[in-house]
Design a protein around this ligand. Structure first.
Ligand SMILES: *[C@@H]1O[C@H](CO)[C@@H](O)[C@H](O)[C@H]1NC(C)=O
Ligand SMILES: *[C@@H]1O[C@H](CO)[C@@H](O)[C@H](O)[C@H]1NC(C)=O
Ligand SMILES: *[C@@H]1O[C@H](CO)[C@@H](O)[C@H](O)[C@H]1NC(C)=O
Ligand SMILES: *[C@@H]1O[C@H](CO)[C@@H](O)[C@H](O)[C@H]1NC(C)=O
Length: 449
């Protein structure tokens, strides 16, 4: 598994500080993390191997971001997005670009000692999750389909990114069943119990509230999921965006300090909600207990068209929840101008307005070091611990995460005893400004030997 192909070796060596077999993440010496910090929780403070530093790799961007170009030494898990559910439960689909990129991704990951996971689902790929797990026969067929992918692509694990079991808030044409969450659990239990499934890394990307039950409410007790999943990643982003009534923070660390009407969820609320629903079963992530929760962190932001009269308050400061013009959605760095593609329901995808962190730099909002550029107004919201930037000429406002936001999230991960982080997505950063800040705040660094 750790054998390196000679071609990859030539590409990778210049990226590593020391000519390395492979790297692992260790506590950095001299870093003071909080007394209840994540590393100390492990019961083995000399080894950072229980910290999860992970990200999703968007397979559709493989041409611009080849797998060999990633900072593999700074991660210890990487998840390829996405394979998609189909109307035939025995078939999990990979589009042509992904099918081509996945083997290269797995080879690059494994040659760096990083487990390679494949994520099934995502916003547009979850349409048939509900039917895939609906009956005992379908679950058995779906287990076989998953294990087929694992063996075909030599995967180390599978990430289930079902958006969302038991809810109608996903893509409009997703299949849905009130028993989705119970069926999902039965499926995971069967997968774990099937030869080839026992030792897979199984993860789930989840919303800011626990899985929904048959009553249409978040479940009170999701502890059984913790018995079959290695970990969950809380997708604490897209909390505010082009669907929201006003501008707001994309990925709030906290919202209990926000005005009551603006408390739409945050890392704080998500960790509270999942641990209160017994994930893991002891309700909190204390010393000697590795909490199998990673914090999903956003290397991107959402843009809004905001008139200067609404955007600017006082002397060149910015309002946190201004109204915006939904009919003039700015084109983000992640958008293809003039995109006429349709989502799987046949609805035009339209303009997402998403700017990656790197896209904010190339778009002139930020300097190359990741701070607001000359002529760009900015504000840092002390509650969400995230910044906004605003170009008053183009009237584009973006709420996003910067190095300070990632540092605050890193401290939160340690303070809460969370397992680590999962970045959406690995291509959004620029020169690892965000990733390095997160590592530093968590007190981890790559050690290559
Ligand atoms: C089981 O899967 C098949 C597709 O392979 C689907 O047609 C059928 O509706 C599924 N069963 C349920 C109850 O959803
Ligand atoms: C979140 O905000 C509440 C209310 O102001 C505060 O008590 C709490 O310490 C904050 N938590 C974090 C992690 O910032
Ligand atoms: C602000 O937007 C205008 C209009 O798109 C553009 O010409 C200008 O360069 C932008 N300002 C900065 C600092 O990027
Ligand atoms: C980033 O660049 C700006 C201007 O180019 C400078 O004022 C600021 O000090 C720099 N910040 C860091 C952290 O280097």
């Amino acid at each position: 598994m750790f054998q390196r192909s000679s071609a990859l070796f030539l590409v990778l060596v210049p990226l590593l500080v020391h000519a390395a077999q492979y790297c692992s993440l260790k506590p950095s010496s001299g870093i003071s993390t909080s007394a209840s910090g994540g590393i100390q929780n492990s019961g083995d403070a000399t080894d950072g191997s229980d910290v999860i530093a992970s990200a999703w790799y968007p397979g559709w961007l493989a041409a611009d971001f080849p797998p060999a170009s990633l900072s593999w030494d700074k991660y210890n898990a990487m998840t390829f997005a996405f394979a998609t559910t189909t109307s035939d439960v025995s078939m999990i689909a990979l589009d042509d670009t992904s099918a081509q990129a996945l083997p290269e991704f797995v080879a690059a990951a494994q040659s760096n000692g990083v487990p390679a996971l494949l994520s099934i689902g995502g916003w547009t790929g979850s349409m048939y999750y509900s039917t895939a797990v609906a009956t005992a026969d379908n679950r058995t067929a779906f287990v076989a389909a998953v294990l087929g992918l694992v063996s075909k692509y030599d995967l180390d694990g599978i990430d289930f990114d079902w958006e969302y079991p038991g809810r109608t808030t996903g893509l409009s044409c997703n299949t849905m069943n009130p028993d989705d969450s119970a069926n999902f659990l039965s499926f995971l239990q069967e997968l774990r119990g099937t030869p080839g499934g026992e030792n897979l890394v199984l993860t789930a990307a989840v919303g800011i509230t626990p899985f929904y039950g048959p009553d249409g409410e978040p479940m009170d007790d999701v502890s059984q999921f913790a018995n079959v999943l290695d970990r969950i990643a809380l997708m604490v982003y897209d909390v505010w965006g082009s669907w929201s009534p006003t501008v707001g923070p994309n990925a709030p660390l906290n919202d209990s300090c926000a005005p009551p009407a603006r408390q739409d969820g945050s890392a704080v609320s998500a960790v509270n909600a999942w641990t209160s629903a017994n994930f893991p079963s002891n309700q909190a992530c204390y010393i000697d207990m590795i909490c199998p929760i990673t914090l999903g962190v956003a290397a991107y932001g959402h843009s809004f068209r905001v008139a200067p009269s609404a955007a600017v308050t006082g002397t060149n400061s910015l309002a946190l929840y201004p109204t915006y013009d939904a009919s003039a959605q700015p084109v983000g760095s992640a958008d293809t101008p003039g995109d006429t593609s349709l989502d799987p329901c046949g609805t035009p995808n339209g303009v997402s307005g998403i700017f990656t962190f790197g896209g904010l730099i190339s778009g002139g909002f930020l300097d190359s070091n990741g701070t607001a550029a000359d002529g760009i107004l900015s504000v840092f919201d002390s509650c969400s611990q995230t910044p906004y930037v605003y170009n008053s000429t183009s009237q584009v406002m973006v709420s996003y995460d910067d190095a300070d936001s990632f540092a605050a999230k890193g401290r939160f991960i340690n303070d809460q005893g969370l397992l680590g982080f999962a970045v959406w997505d690995v291509t959004g950063d620029q020169n690892d400004i965000l990733l390095d800040s997160l590592h530093q705040a968590m007190g981890i660094q790559p050690v290559c030997e």
